[in-house]
Ligand binder design. Structure first.
Ligand SMILES: [Zn+2]
Length: 141
C-alpha cells in the first residue's frame, strides 16, 4: 500500500505570514493545506502584528485552560465539584476572550447559589481566574 505522505512528506513547502506577507519554508507534512501552513508560519513570525496575535491567542488558550481546571472535570483536584453545565463553562471561556481583546475589563458570574467565578487580569497582563464557593450554615431553634 502506498503511503500518501511519502510523496509530499520530505518536500519543503512555504507558508506566508498573514500580517506581513513574509514567506517561510517549512518541512512539516502535517501542515498539508496552504491555510494550515500560513497559520503555522504566522504563529512563528516575528513581525509586531503576528507577535501581538500570538500573544492574544496564547492568553486565551491559558485562560480557557484555567477555566477548565477550576470549573471543568479536573476541578476535583482543587477540592471543587465540577460544574455540570457545559454552556456555563463556555460562557466563562467567552469572557476570557472578551477580556483578552480588551472588550471588557473583568467579569463576575454567579453560576449557581454557591459558585461564583471571577475573571480579571493581573497588573502584569495575565488572565486571573478565581472560583469562590459560599457555604452558609444557619441554625434555628
Ligand atoms: Zn509577519
Amino acid at each position: 500500500m502506498k503511503n500518501e505522505n511519502e510523496s509530499t512528506g520530505a518536500k519543503y513547502e512555504y507558508g506566508i505570514c498573514e500580517y506581513c506577507g513574509q514567506t517561510y519554508f517549512i518541512n512539516m507534512p502535517e501542515y498539508e493545506t496552504q491555510e494550515k501552513r500560513n497559520a503555522h508560519v504566522t504563529k512563528k513570525c516575528t513581525c509586531p502584528e503576528a507577535e501581538t496575535a500570538a500573544r492574544i491567542a496564547k492568553q486565551i488558550e491559558k485562560g480557557t485552560k484555567r477555566v477548565q481546571e477550576l470549573f471543568g472535570d479536573v476541578a476535583e483536584k482543587y477540592g471543587f465539584e465540577p460544574v455540570q453545565n457545559q454552556s456555563a463553562i463556555e460562557t466563562l471561556c467567552n469572557m476570557v476572550s472578551l477580556i483578552v481583546h480588551d472588550v471588557i475589563v473583568s467579569a463576575t458570574v454567579q453560576l449557581n447559589g454557591r459558585t461564583r467565578a471571577k475573571i480579571s487580569t493581573t497588573s502584569g497582563g495575565k488572565i486571573k481566574i478565581e472560583r469562590t464557593e459560599t457555604t452558609k450554615a444557619q441554625l434555628k431553634e
